[in-house]
Design a protein around this ligand. Sequence first.
Ligand code: 6PG
Length: 467
Amino acid sequence: NTYDFGLVGLGVMGRNFILNVADNGFTAMGNDLDTKKVQALIDEGGNVDKVNATVEVSAFAKALSSPRKIMLLVPAGKVVDIVIESLLPHLDKGDIIIDGGNSFFTDTDRREAYLAEKGIHFFGAGVSGGAKGARKGPSIMPGGSKPGYAAVQPIFEAVSAKYNGEPCVAYLGPKSAGNYVKMVHNGIEYGLMQLTSEMYDVLKKAGKLSNQELHETYKSWNEGRLQSFLVEITSEIFVEKDTLTDGDLVDQILDKAKQKGTGKWTSQNAMDLGIPVPSIDIAVSMREISALKDERTVADSLYDRPEVATMAKEKLTDLTEKALYFSYIITYAQGLHQLADASKEYGYDLDIAVIAKIWRAGCIIRAKLLADITNAFTEDSELPNLLLSPSFIPKIQDTVDAARELVAFGAVNGIPLPGLSNSLTYFDAYTSTRLPLNVIQAQRDYFGSHTYERLDREGIFHTEWEK
Ligand code: 6PG
C-alpha cells in the first residue's frame, strides 16, 4: 500500500491536517516519535488504508508514493533540522519536504539550499487557522520550490479553506516567501488582537458594559464591516462561563500575554527593512508590558490615576466601532507595506492581491476588509500603501475623527490605547507633507557634521553652527 501524502508531527495541528487530507480523498501516512499520538491518529482515521501512522521513519518513508510528499508540522527551530536529518537517509532525489510550521524565514532559505544539493525539493508553507482550520480548511501560504509545490498543489487546493469556491492557497514566490508572508500575517494578527482588546478596555471602563453587553456589541460589529474571525471569537469569549467559579471566564484569565516570536520577528525585520509598522511594534511591546504584572501592580499603587469619566453607551459603541475599523485598516496597510518592500529586498516577487485573496478565509486574520484590500491591489498591483488606494480614502475619512476622539478620551482618562494611538499617529505622519524632522537633520549636522539636504536646491550642505 502506498500513501499520497506524509506528515511528520502528529500534534493537534498535524492530526487535524492529515484527517482533512483524508476527507478530501487522498491517502495519508503520519509519523511521530510518540506512540500515543500515532495510535490516536490510527483510531481516529478509522481505516488504515486511508489514514495510517507509524513511529518508524523508515516504514513511514517506504509507505509513501513517489515522489514523496512529506509535510512537517513540528515546532519551529532545531526540531525541524532534526526531523530533516532523520528523514534524509530514507529519501530519494525528487522527493518533497514542506515545512508547515512558523519557521524563521532565513532558516527556510538555509534548509532549501542544503536540501537542493541533495536533490530534495524543500519549501516553507505557512498554515493559518489554528486547530479547527487545519481540520476544516486552513489558509496555506507556500513559497519556494515551484516544481515541489506543483506536486502538492492538488492536495493543498483540496484541503484549504474556500472563499466563494476559490482555494485559499497560492504559490507566493521563491525561497522563503511562504514563511515570510506567514510571519507578517502573524504580525498583523498581533496588531488586530491588541486593538480588539483595547476597545474592550474602554467599553468596560468608560461605558461600564457588562460581559453580556460586550458580547452583543462585538456580535453586532461582526455583522457589519468589521466582520472578522477575531471579532467573532472575541464576542464569544465574553460570555464563556467559568467552570471553577460562578462568574465569566474572561474575568479570571490572567492579563499576561505569551508569545512565540512571529510578531516580534515581523517588527524586527521591518526595522531591518526600514519600513514603519508601529501598530505591530506596539502590540509586541504590550505583550511585554503585560508580562510585568508584578511591577505593574507596584507601580499602580505609586501613582494617581484620573478617574474615568463615563460615556454614554451608544456614543461609545459608535466611536469604538469606527476606531477599530480605522485601526484595522492601518494595521493591514503597514503589514502589506512591509510585504511589498520585503518582496523587492529578498526577490520574492510577491503579488499582494494574491496574498490578500488567500487571507479572505481560513486564516486568523480573515476579515470582510480583505475582500476590499484584494480589490484595491487588483486595481493597482504597484500600490505602495493601502492608504493611497482611492477606495480606502472614504473608509478612513469616515472613521478617523472617531479614532481622534477616542485617543484623546483615553489619554485624558488614563486608559491606555497604544495600538489605536500608534495607528492614528502613523496615519497623521504618513499623510503629512512636512514633518519636524528638518530639526533632527539640523541637530545631526550641529553636533556631528552629518550634513543635510535642502528643500529649495540640490546638493549636500553643512553649516558651522557654533559661531
Ligand atoms: C495562525 C496563528 C498561529 C500562531 C498562534 C500563536 O495563523 O494559525 O498565527 O500560527 O502560532 O497565533 O502565536 P503566539 O503564541 O505568538 O501568540
